[in-house]
Design a protein around this ligand. Structure first.
Ligand code: NAD
Ligand code: MG
Length: 385
């Protein structure tokens, strides 16, 4: 039986993963090792009971007793805190879904990678912060990293194992998020509630706001560079409001291969779960007649300055990715808390990059978790409102 763990099981991606495990045969086909979550103790306990997990971990130590109580009478062990997350990641598993949001996903992801097996990576932040470190850790242990982000899963599938030598460049699409068609002058007044609605995808709040600001796509450009080893200038972004084409591989011979599908994360999660096989998944069929037309436009870097910042981060190298991600996380915290406006996020991230670069540069590509966390803390401090 395959041993699997899900980090961030109570979130949007994680819960879809749990749902696929349930439908895919549940406890008869999978031995669930660890499920982790945050403050939603009831949901975590229910998932852990249903899937008969060995351990359930909340990120919050003060909630350990609540989790114990919610698991009373079951065989599931309760644990809490950062160290417990890392311990859970060290438990042998064949397949681990990394679906914690933010750089908090890096430590458990690295620990899981060091055990070998498959790491299904939704946590794009870890590739942005520490792409080289992840790759090297996986190479040493012999682990496989599979993309769960829909655009990267699409690229992976469109490439179909072909060599990058025949790839001219690639395109990842962006819906444009909540404010795609807003007049620019209205953006400064955009509220958290308005930024938290997505036209096509149902996702966690943070990535939904990042879609409105395009920080999500900016991160995904860096993610594509790190995951596939592409050059920055080989990665294009195309605004595609219908979210049907997720990515396109453009070959040197003029042929392009696109990946299409309904905007439903269960496809990318399920693809990674069953890889290298394909199995039927509960995803709506593609209905192009109903879609009628697919439209495209070039991204507007005045509306979405995050895309320009991603190019600058890739050019800078070293710890710039870790700084970019942490400054973005801090700016997002401050926007959600009402401390800054929607349009203040990009300037704040840019100022943090400029200031830390001017102080001492971004150094070498970080090669330990401690180095990444050091830059992460510096950047959050610098970016805080
Ligand atoms: P979410 O907010 O819905 O869920 C996040 C999960 O992480 C929850 O289980 C939460 O308890 C846990 N978590 C949050 N902070 C934590 C911390 N400090 N320590 C430990 N656990 C913590 O997020 P989501 O939308 O499911 O996104 C998860 C990841 O997947 C993100 O990296 C996101 O960019 C990526 N992703 C999401 C989607 C999507 O459709 N939601 C698509 C592509 C990629
Ligand atoms: Mg995506």
């Amino acid at each position: 039986m395959r041993r699997i763990s899900i980090f961030g099981a109570t979130g949007s991606v994680g819960a879809n993963g749990v749902d696929l495990i349930r439908r895919g045969g549940g406890v008869d086909d999978y031995q669930v090792v660890a499920l982790t979550g945050g403050r939603n103790i009831e949901r975590l306990a229910q998932m852990a009971r249903d899937l008969r997990a060995e351990v359930a971990v909340t990120a919050h130590p003060e909630l350990l007793e609540d989790l114990r109580a919610a698991l009373a009478g079951s065989d599931v062990r309760a644990a809490a805190g950062e160290a417990a997350l890392t311990e859970a990641a060290a438990m042998p598993a064949d397949w681990v879904l990394s679906a914690i949001v933010g750089s908090a996903g890096l430590a458990p992801g690295l620990t899981a990678l060091a055990q070998g097996g498959v790491l299904a990576l939704a946590n794009k932040e870890s590739l942005v912060c520490a792409g080289g470190l992840l790759r090297r850790t996986g190479q040493v242990s012999g682990a496989t990293i599979l993309p769960v982000d829909s655009e990267h899963s699409a690229l992976f599938q469109a490439l179909g194992g072909e060599s990058l030598d025949s790839v001219k460049d690639v395109t990842i699409t962006a819906s444009g998020g909540a404010f795609r068609d807003w007049p620019l002058e209205r953006l400064a007044a955009a509220t958290v509630a308005q930024a938290s609605t997505h036209p096509n995808w149902a996702m966690g709040q943070r990535i939904t706001i990042d879609s409105a600001s395009m920080f999500n796509k900016a991160m995904e450009v860096i993610e594509a560079k790190e995951f596939f080893g592409l050059a920055p200038e080989q990665i294009n972004v195309l605004v595609h409001p219908e979210s049907i084409i997720h990515a396109i591989v453009n070959h040197i011979d003029g042929g392009s291969i696109a990946h299409l599908g309904a905007p439903d994360m269960r496809h990318a999660i399920g693809y990674a779960l069953h890889w290298p096989e394909r199995r039927a998944l509960p995803v709506p069929p593609l209905d192009l007649a109903r879609a009628g037309s697919l439209t495209f436009r070039a991204p507007d870097e005045i509306r979405w300055p995050a895309l320009r910042l991603a190019r600058e981060v890739m050019a800078a190298g070293g710890a710039a990715g870790a700084v970019f991600n942490a400054a973005k996380e801090q700016a997002l915290d401050d926007f959600i808390a009402g401390r800054i406006r929607f349009t203040d996020m990009s300037p704040r991230v840019e100022a943090t990059l400029d200031s830390l670069s001017a102080q001492a540069g971004f150094g070498d590509d970080p090669d330990t978790l401690q180095t990444v966390l050091h830059w992460d803390a510096l950047a959050r401090q610098e970016a805080a409102a």
